[in-house]
Design a protein. Sequence first.
Length: 219
Amino acid sequence: MIQIFNLYKTYKGNTQALIDISLEIKSGEFVFLTGQSGAGKSTLLKILYSWENFDKGQILINGINIAKIREDNQYTLRRKIGVVFQDYRLLPRKTVFENISFAQEAVESPSERIRFKTWEALKKVGLTQKKDSFPLQLAGGEQQRVAIARALVNSPEILLADEPTGNLDPEIALEILKLFEHANSQGVTVIFATHSAEMLKARDYRVINLGKGRLISTK
């Protein structure tokens, strides 16, 4: 599914974000990506989604070298990948239903399919009763559920989560984790970035540990 070979990334000012990263994530796997702030977790996820370029190395997703995908064809990769952020990134002037619909409009889905898929996504995260609410009318856990529904609505093969529970209470965080686990049970490959020791202890998934841009361990 995802193969990374000798990956390097340096930001301006000669800040090394990733140094010689090589790892493999199998199709349908759930992995935790961990490390302290500045370890390179967010950078790695952004590169996988093609939001960041990299300096050296190779990344294959389903055997496709993502560096060789033309910029005007990157949407074909992004359609296969859902992304959830710590800060939700919902559109404040759109309702819950509209936020989720927007993700499908961006890939030009037919309007009837958009309505059906949006409703199904809302049911999966338990928010059908909030469909007409605006993001700022929701609690943090509810906003994250909307973000997860938006990430799942286009049926991605891969789900990237960048500290999705970082702003949530531990009890709510575990409920959010269960939504990712449900997606994983449906065959979605999940990479869940977290620095929470409690989260890592709660489940026995493989842990990829980064430190100062280097791969420390993967077990």
